[in-house]
Design a protein around this ligand. Structure first.
Ligand code: ADP
Ligand code: ASP
Ligand code: MG
Length: 472
């Protein structure tokens, strides 16, 4: 039977109505003879609130932390009792939720006494979202006659011990998937597990980083050699720009793995940056679909995208970046200098997004973070250093820019009213990116969208939806 991994994001499990829609989508796949394995996120905004509770507790504000926990407990209890009508099943589920939140409260009280939030405790606290949502979803599925079995994702997704961004151990995951998931699917049961959460080999809870449930979906799909990986979210697929920024964004019908990976890395929140890799390794198609509009065919991510007459497929934006300028008039061209600069970023485990050099300076863009002042202090040993926050990287992605002349001129004409700081065209030749002030980012996206998606190629973009919208 063809196995399909279905990952549902926070908005697809945000309340009883959303979980009901999700159950109907999964039941529909079963009716088509498919064998689903389901991965769910925490209910929408729950991870943010858990991390807020952790932050409050770590500053000694025990009351605020416990208040957040109590609101979350009530939300999960209400959702459970609305979805699960069978009295015995409902009582067992509510009991489970209470036990989870009792233990969360214990952790928060301890944290408020110790006043130190370590990455390990942060992961433990964040894990409560997916641990609880996945139980509720599994029970709701059973109530709707889906033969669902809850599986604790921490017994399947094994990582190293880099808390908050743990690295999956592929061979171990494959063995665990064979042991914990395969027997269920062979019996036609539907495993339901939380995304994002994992554990190290010692069984200590880790997480895959924010937005990591997509990654779990792809890891499970890769480990089980699924026929397809479906990422169910709250938009019709990968769009030509974030629809929250650009209201006339179009659905991209087909996109290559390489383009999708580039978009995700450069801030298109619709997919976690690392999602594509496990799928690419096994050549498994990834589909991005809308749980609020299940009839829409979504976006299909495949190894090769068809030729497209538009140079770009989509525009991504990555905000909250900083630019670091390292100025050393005598040393820049000396042997080993850039290596020393990068060694400092490496030492602080700080990835660099973009680099540009001039005769006397090198400018680098990084995520704004608390490590910046320490990085700047280390760089200060080599050269003069300045850094500036509130920057955004705009990234246009498309395989069809390869070899086309005049594209850069069109890009910078479209944003001629905006001050551009750094420019780069990746060696992959499928992206063109530049850095601007964060406040100009939305305007830049709209201007570029208007310039490049005036006459979109109907083979690749859903132009019908635009026509339908303009005729009503
Ligand atoms: P989920 O909770 O399902 O994982 P996310 O919030 O992580 O959903 O991602 C979906 C959101 O990504 C959309 O609501 C949309 O605002 C945003 N987004 C950003 N860029 C794009 C894009 N190019 N195409 C589609 N959605 C995008
Ligand atoms: N719940 C996690 C987060 O909000 C993971 C996810 O939703 O993908 O980051
Ligand atoms: Mg997401």
């Amino acid at each position: 039977m063809s196995l399909v991994v279905m990952k549902f994001g926070g908005t697809s499990v945000e309340d009883p109505a959303a979980i009901g829609r999700t159950a109907a989508i999964v039941a529909g796949r079963v009716a088509l003879g498919k064998q689903p394995v389901v991965v769910v996120s925490a209910m929408a905004k729950v991870t943010d609130q858990l991390l807020r509770a952790a932050a409050a507790a770590s500053t000694g504000d025990r009351t605020a932390a416990l208040e957040i926990s109590s609101r979350l407990r009530a939300r999960h209890r209400e959702t459970a009792s609305e979805l699960v009508r069978n009295p015995a099943d409902c009582a067992a589920l509510i009991d489970f939720i209470d036990q989870r939140f009792d233990s969360l409260d214990e952790v928060l009280r301890g944290l408020a006494a110790i006043l130190e939030l370590t990455p390990r405790i942060s992961d433990l606290i964040a894990s409560f979202g997916e641990r609880t949502s996945s139980r509720i979803v599994a029970a709701a599925f059973r109530e709707r006659s889906i033969d669902a079995v809850h599986v604790d994702a921490r017994e399947v997704i094994i990582t190293d011990s880099q808390f908050q961004k743990a690295v999956p151990q592929d061979a171990l995951i494959e063995a665990r998937a064979a042991e914990k998931l395969r027997p269920l699917t062979l019996q036609g049961q539907v495993p339901v597990m939380g995304g994002f959460i994992a554990s190290n080999e010692a069984g200590i809870t880790t997480t895959l980083g924010r937005g990591g449930s997509d990654f779990t979906g792809a890891l499970v799909g890769g480990a089980l050699s699924a026929e397809a990986i479906e990422i169910w979210t709250d938009v019709d697929g990968i769009m030509t720009a974030d629809p929250r920024v650009c209201s006339d964004a179009l659905r991209v019908k087909l996109i290559s793995f390489e383009e999708a990976a580039e978009l995700a890395y450069f801030g298109a929140k619709v997919l976690h940056p690392a999602t594509i890799l496990p799928a690419v390794k096994k050549n498994i198609p990834v589909l991005v679909l809308n749980s609020r509009n299940a009839g829409c065919e979504g976006t299909r991510i495949t190894s090769l995208a068809p030729h497209c007459s538009s140079p770009f497929k989509s525009i991504a934006v990555k905000k909250k970046l900083s630019i670091i300028d390292v100025v050393a008039s005598r040393m820049l061209m000396t042997h080993g200098y850039l290596r020393e600069v990068f060694a400092i970023f490496d030492k602080h485990k700080c990835p660099v997004d973009m680099v540009s050099t001039s005769e006397v300076s090198v400018s680098l863009s990084v995520d704004s973070n608390e490590k910046l002042s320490a990085i700047a202090a280390d760089l200060g040993q080599l050269a003069d250093v300045k850094y500036e926050g509130k920057k955004a990287l705009i990234c246009l992605v498309g395989e069809d820019i390869r070899g086309q002349n005049g594209i850069a001129a069109q890009v910078f004409t479209a944003v001629r009213h905006i001050n551009v700081r750094m420019i780069s065209q990746g060696a992959s030749e499928i992206n063109m990116s530049f850095m601007i002030d964060e406040d100009d980012a939305d305007e830049a996206v709209r201007s570029l969208h208007a310039a490049f998606f005036k006459e979109p190629d109907p083979a690749v973009f859903d132009v019908e939806a635009r026509k339908a919208a303009s005729s009503c």
